[in-house]
Design a protein around this ligand. Sequence first.
Ligand code: LIP
Length: 257
Amino acid sequence: MTMKKLIELVKETRKIALDSGSAHDIEIKGTADFVTKVDYGVQEFLRPRLREMYPDIQFMSEEMDNSGVDMSGRVWILDPIDGTTNLIHDYRMSAVSLGLAENGVPVAGVVYNPFSDELFSAERGGGAFLNGKPIRVSGAETLAQSLVSVGTSPYYKELADENFEVIKRLFICAEDIRRCGSAAMDLCYTACGRIDAYFERRLKPWDYAAGIAILREAGGCVTDISGAEPSYTEPSDIAASNGRVHSELIERIAGKA
Ligand code: LIP
């Protein structure tokens, strides 16, 4: 697989992603959970092209039935638009997030924000890049030195009390918190040192597969909130960091520090 070909293919989705008319052609999937004609357009642009370029790799995507996918092989894991609510509001913080999993873990990723024209990429053992330039996580040694991005699990309002208790604990001990609305961008911002840690519950594998490959190649650490490998078949509660603050992050989330 050549990353150059993959990057060029993902960048071709820019025209679809910036089509504001399609961004307002919306279906409601659930509480605060939407899909637009842009989501479908990006998915149906990439799906046949990836199959033609890499016929032996399976395909999993947010806006389709993935029940037949066998995670023991190689699988594309696509979020056609991560940050769909941001897209609908023209908040300009959304990304095409394409990960590649091999034997159940991410080994490559491309995350592209068409609004900023920033493309994050990584392949296992090859380093992580932003628009072709190498990126590394920050040097923050403690949460007190950190900017921490948080997610609010907006599709699961029943988690609000629990989530905001954790967010309050992180706010008290960190420099400050941020909330961008795209898990893939949060993981990539951690990879390039713009933020130092990230927490969000009940994310889906397509929200984080590509960003995990990129953040790990940039020297960071991503686990579920118990410290284990996230699932790539079920939703996971994600803790991500520059690695240096990861133990403290897990303890603060658990309320043990
Ligand atoms: C979104 C994530 C975001 C999270 C939302 C949703 P989507 O992905 O990127 O961080 O808070 O609940 O999961 O649904 O826009 O692809």
